[in-house]
Design a binder for this molecule. Structure first.
Ligand code: ADP
Ligand code: F6P
Length: 767
């Protein structure tokens, strides 16, 4: 896993979850031991804290038990005590009898009891107080999951110096379900105490923002929620967006590579009687996991003789979970009866087609099972992510094995090469099982290859750096706001009301470049000075950003340049026009330029496409129209030197990705230069990029430092040409070559306003 050091900016990290990563268990002989807690949260978070170290606040897993703080590796564990009543009312009751079923689409009916809610509040308060007591000054508190949704606001009240993040590991329900909750407003307000709220999937984040907008006085600007100032608290912003969780893929692969693991995999197959096909299911024994559906499909295939009971084994690992909650007890009874019945009907003395294992296993044993399995069956009816699916893929370096995956698991967004199923459709599930059993090796290889790339590209380090990176950017902004004006010699506050503060690290470097005799301020448009909107033509520059850029351009020695992927005409559509008088504007990723004479670069004043390019463009436009023009939600934008395929309005994210891939294939076949952006693929007959045009602009101007701001992958070309005396600022999460980062366009506006102030003394208020 790539290094995570530096992500917390030197601040202490406090992890907060209902359970500690280890549970205290009493062995048969009465002795006590520590065992890894069940579930995906620990699988994902543990490798992060192994690198970063942390204080971890949580319950030790037994009721009425006081455990003193203790250390494991780089973690200091701070146990929170839960009484028998707390476990019954807060954990089994409100968390797992109300929230869990409600958030998972009411697979089991949620119950609403005021007594449960009261206890939920009290226990959340206890967690908040504990974190407040142990966290160092300015620490980062990262709170996890649905059991602790009130903690962010409670903690903010107690410790306003902390940067607070919240990640929901399970789905966030659609509005129609969430609204049933009698305490819906309190839950939303509780979550809004965080600076960053992370969700597994895009629809979860959208649903949260929509509900927050409706039930609180917040306003959603893209992924950012703006909370207005109140009599007791300044306004602030909350980033609420998707951060799909993952696993330490390299660590799983490493275990899978060990000869002893591979021996154990062979041994497992031998112990199962070396059947032709081993199918595997690995789940907490939870009604959301679709275990009943899976068994039903398997049973019907056996009954109909579509699979041969002597040639197949389905191993179902079902780890014990929430065993005192009624719905879980019933599920266990039902699954165990079904397993017995299937084996009774289809087994022989030497062979059982179903092996049911109700216990926990070591990482090594789990990996050996993944290697032994020809097919992994993952059929949740609703699941935040499902890490088991990713683990299987990470382990299969042989690129063999088939993954059957429910469309309703978050993992289905990334693992598009799985056999995707709707687990409610038993016929479809049976068909997928048959397909998996008979899948040729070549196809297994192709599918596994694609999935492995997805899992390695988005591993847990990527997840952690996205989330912690956002938290750190915000905490730096707040640090600047707290120490703010006087220290910086400012004449007034820059942005104590929302949105956005200038991060300290950026503020320091701004001061350095602000006084240079010549300065070039260059910026991207969409997502940088204009928030992303659904319809590109509706994008508008933030008024504060525009005002700042105009003042900068008017200041002696400063030039402003706008570098956009849009064509100049497309920019004009947004009302940007030529910006202010005398701006340099480059469109179409550097193919167009106005406001500065540069030989060889086209623009309103010359350098139009050659006759050959015109012919080529006509052919390209015809082909794209024919292949993609009729696809719902796809918008084709003709550009002076190419064409852009926008998929932002395609409703289904999977379909959007497929269309992008189809566009890229087409573009490559046409010999075009391809550029990937956020939900857009751009194709050009000319090789140009923002880096090259930025370099040409700076070469044509008196020498001096450059400030460049951008949010998209296409802006990386510009960051790449910056030198040590320049300042590159990346907007939002994601890997970057920029040395500064801010969370959103509102903060960009604050940065520009600050630069105006440093350069001219003029103070621009917030919008
Ligand atoms: P959830 O968080 O709902 O339990 P996930 O699939 O995201 O579901 O994560 C489950 C995690 O628990 C995985 O890391 C998986 O390897 C692990 N796991 C599941 N069953 C067992 C078991 N019987 N023994 C050990 N680990 C298990
Ligand atoms: O994925 C949901 C989740 O709650 C995780 O937070 C946790 O890893 C797992 O389920 C275990 O749940 P419990 O603590 O109730 O056993």
């Amino acid at each position: 896993m790539t290094g995570l050091q530096g992500l917390t900016g030197g601040r202490e990290l406090v992890m907060v979850s209902n359970r500690l990563p280890v549970d205290r268990v009493v062995e048969a002989d009465g002795s006590t031991a520590w065992r890894t807690s069940p579930g995906g949260l620990v699988t994902a978070v543990e490798p992060i804290v192994e690198q970063l170290g942390c204080v971890w606040v949580g319950w030790a897993g037994s009721a009425d038990e006081h455990v003193d703080p203790f250390e494991i590796g780089r973690m200091r564990l701070e146990p929170v005590e839960l009484s028998t009543d707390d476990v019954e009312l807060y954990y089994e009751g409100f968390s797992n009898g109300t929230l869990w079923p409600l958030y998972h689409d009411v697979i089991a009916p949620p119950e609403f009891h005021r007594q449960w809610w009261d206890r939920y509040r009290k226990v959340n308060q206890r967690f908040a107080e504990r974190v407040a007591a142990v966290a160092a000054e300015g620490a980062i508190a990262w709170i996890h999951d649905y059991q602790l949704q009130l903690v962010p606001a409670m903690l903010r009240e107690l410790r306003p110096d902390l940067t607070i993040g919240f990640f929901l590991h399970i789905p966030f329900p659609p509005r129609g379900l969430f609204e049933q909750l009698p305490w819906r407003r309190s839950i939303i307000s509780g979550l809004l105490g965080a600076d960053v709220i992370g969700f597994q999937r895009v629809p979860d984040a959208i649903s949260f923002r929509t509900i927050a907008d409706r039930y609180t006085h917040t306003q959603a600007l893209g992924n950012t929620m703006v909370l207005p100032a109140t009599s007791d608290a300044p306004g602030r912003t909350v980033l609420a967006q998707e951060f799909p969780i993952s696993i330490d893929a390299a660590a799983f692969a490493e275990v899978a590579r060990r000869p002893e693991t591979q021996d154990r995999a062979r041994q497992i197959r031998a112990e199962l009687g070396n059947p032709k096909t081993v199918m595997l299911g690995v789940d907490r024994l939870d009604y959301t996991k679709g275990i009943r559906h899976r068994l039903k499909a398997f049973d019907e295939l056996l009954v109909d003789d579509e699979i041969d009971a002597s040639q197949i084994v389905l191993v179902q690992v079902a780890s014990p979970s929430r065993e005192r909650v009624d719905a879980y007890r019933q599920l266990r009874d039902e699954v165990e009866v079904t397993v017995g019945r299937i084996n009774g009907e289809h087994g022989t003395i030497g062979h059982a087609p179903l092996v049911y294992l109700h216990r926990g296993y070591s990482r090594e044993e789990m990996v050996a099972m993944y290697l032994a399995a020809d097919v992994l069956v993952v059929t949740p009816l609703r699941d935040g992510m499902n890490l088991v699916a990713k683990e299987y893929v990470a382990c299969r370096e042989d690129e063999q094995g088939v993954l059957i995956l429910s469309e309703f698991a978050g993992a289905a967004d990334e693992l598009r090469d799985a056999l995707l199923v709707n687990p409610h459709d038993i016929e479809g599930l049976k068909a997928a099982m048959l397909r998996a059993v008979h899948m040729p090796q070549e196809e297994q290889h192709r599918r596994m290859h694609g999935m492995r790339r997805a899992v390695h590209d988005n591993d847990v380090a990527h997840w952690a750096s996205g989330f912690l990176g956002s938290m750190t950017a915000i905490s730096e902004s707040r640090a600047t706001a707290h120490t703010g004006g006087p220290e910086d010699g400012m004449t007034g506050p820059i942005s104590i009301v929302p949105p956005a503060f200038v991060p300290r690290s950026v503020g320091d470097r701004l001061r350095r470049i602000a006084t240079a005799s010549s300065l070039l301020v260059a910026t991207d448009f969409d997502g940088t000075i204009a928030p992303i909107v659904r319809r590109p033509q509706d994008a508008r520059m933030l008024p504060r950003a525009r005002q700042a850029l105009e003042l900068l351009n008017a200041a002696p020695g400063v030039r402003v340049a706008l570098l956009s992927g849009r064509s100049l005409d497309g920019l004009a559509e947004t009302g940007t026009g030529t910006g202010g008088e005398g701006w340099i504007i480059s469109g179409s990723h550097g193919s167009e330029l106005t406001g500065l004479e540069l030989p060889g670069v086209s623009g309103a004043d010359g350098g139009a496409p050659t006759a050959e390019e015109v012919d080529w463009l006509q052919r390209v436009n015809r082909r794209f129209e024919r292949v993609l023009g009729g696809e719902p939600g796809v918008r084709l934008e003709r550009k002076p030197f190419g064409i852009a395929v926008h998929t932002r309005e395609v409703r289904d994210p999977d379909q959007s990705r497929e269309l992008q891939a189809a566009a890229v294939e087409l573009g490559i076949a046409e010999g075009l230069h391809v550029r990937e952006g956020k939900e857009v693929r751009e194709f050009s007959v000319r090789a140009s990029n923002k880096g090259a045009v930025l370099q040409s602009i700076r070469d044509a101007l008196p020498s001096g430092p450059v400030l460049f701001l951008g949010d998209d992958v296409t802006d990386e070309d510009a960051f790449a040409v910056l030198g040590p005396d320049d300042l590159g600022i990346k907007v939002g999460p994601g890997d970057t070559a920029a040395t500064g980062r801010v969370p959103d366009p509102e903060t960009v506006a604050a940065v520009l306003a600050r630069l105006v102030e440093l350069r001219t003394g003029i103070v621009i208020g917030s919008d």
